[in-house]
Design a binder for this molecule. Sequence first.
Ligand code: HEM
Length: 496
Amino acid sequence: MSLIAENYWIAGLLSLSGAGVLLLCYNAFFHPLAQFPGPRLASITGLWRLYHYAIGDWHDLILDLHRKYGRVVRLAPNELSVVDESAMKTLYGHGTPALKSNWYSAFQSPQAAPNQLATQDPQISADIRRRMAPAFKMTALLRLESSMQDCFDKLWQQLDKPASEGAIVDMCHWTDTLTWDVIGQLCYGEPLGSIAGAGDMNVQGILIKFLMVSTVLGHVWGQLFWIENPLTRLLGIKNPLSKFFEWSSMKVRQHEESDRSGVQPDMIDHFLAYRDSEGKPPTRLQVVDGATATIGAGADTVGIAMRSVLYYLSINPAVVAKLQKEIDALDSSESISFRQTQQLPYLKAVVRESLRMYSSVPAQLYRIVPDGGLSVDGHFIPPGTIVGMCSLAQNRDTAIFGQDVDVFKPDRWLGDEARGRYLENALFNFGGTGPRSCPGRDLAMIELYKFVAQMVQKFDFELVDKERPWSVKTYFFALHTDMWMKLARREKRVEL
Ligand code: HEM
């Protein structure tokens, strides 16, 4: 290499390094968000947050970050995490103008129609929600309660044997198989066959890979290009989003080919029956998208919530005793229905408190601060900033829930009705109440209440390791494995 060319190379490298150092200095000291506290590395580069998303430990980190730095924490040069009731309403409340950030684009399968979780366009999102709404109505869901109960009954049968033998069982496996069977039953009109052991649970593996890839690549420049590009296509490498989409397409096709006469309409029947304001039916891709979003978001989330209740009950025997008494007082000649559970105040308090203590979705829910900016705790956050809230941090805020936030205390929800309502409105589990909140909340609640009431009615249960109830990695959802418990059939009801 000639001397001149070598010098150009050196000059180029020096200029690049200089520009890099200048950028880091700008991020740390002169950026509009420089005033906000947070880990030093996070203030200069997004790599710090990317690293923690990649290793899946966000659930361990976010609460500690807020406890150390306060209600606003800088997570990356242009990104903040906030804990605040009024910010929650601004970002996630009714009619909010705050749009989802570009992170969500990594959840859009390249082949599919615009996806309900991924789209940032409010018009597209509103159209999708309108299309899906009839399937998510409480009345439509309750019409499917008996087929849901069939899945529960199969689970209780499966658990009877280990319970009578004193064997330990992995409740991660059993709650996952239950929720996957239920969502298969409700969406496609057939369980995914998991409880019976013959099923399609490899679809859960595909979904988990999808979540891992999208959660991490959402923070990487180029996003899905790294896994879907001319080279991967040439080599025939399929990305997990496409695999999930193809599985869903296959299930919708099977559904369309099946004889639907005389059966209770399932969610796909509702999606297919929808007509827009001009009387047009949805396209096939749109129906597949509805099914993909329902299956993708509606199984593991509920399973995690079930395990959270089991965990807090296992370490609080006095709460279990009180709950058993309430449940045993029910007329239970038939399986406990959702309507019955709604007459049990202590059960409701236990479920709310478990959802407060632990979250199925501990990732930051990213939004773009709308025009006018956002005020949190006396700080002004400029429009355009990426802000996220995390349920784990919001639901343990002492200013809202009191100094005893880390104590599992169902009684905090009882007694004072006005306070109960206030706490309920401050709880952040389902992405708020706005246009992008969870459409599956009612379904999740039906499953969760039925599960807890019937489980407590039928079994005594004990964690094998109370210090370490499960292993967990967060990739959008708190993905658990290995929750080992010992069950025993309850012979006697609590004396009333
Ligand atoms: C305990 C159970 C559940 C929890 C904690 C939960 C939580 C959430 C949260 C926090 C969001 C907002 C995500 C965001 O803004 O990034 C969300 C969205 C969503 N959830 Fe759920 N969910 C649950 C169950 C369900 C069920 C059962 C279904 C469907 C059957 C479902 C379908 C969806 C869909 C489609 C979205 C996307 C909505 C949109 O972006 O417009 N979820 N959920």
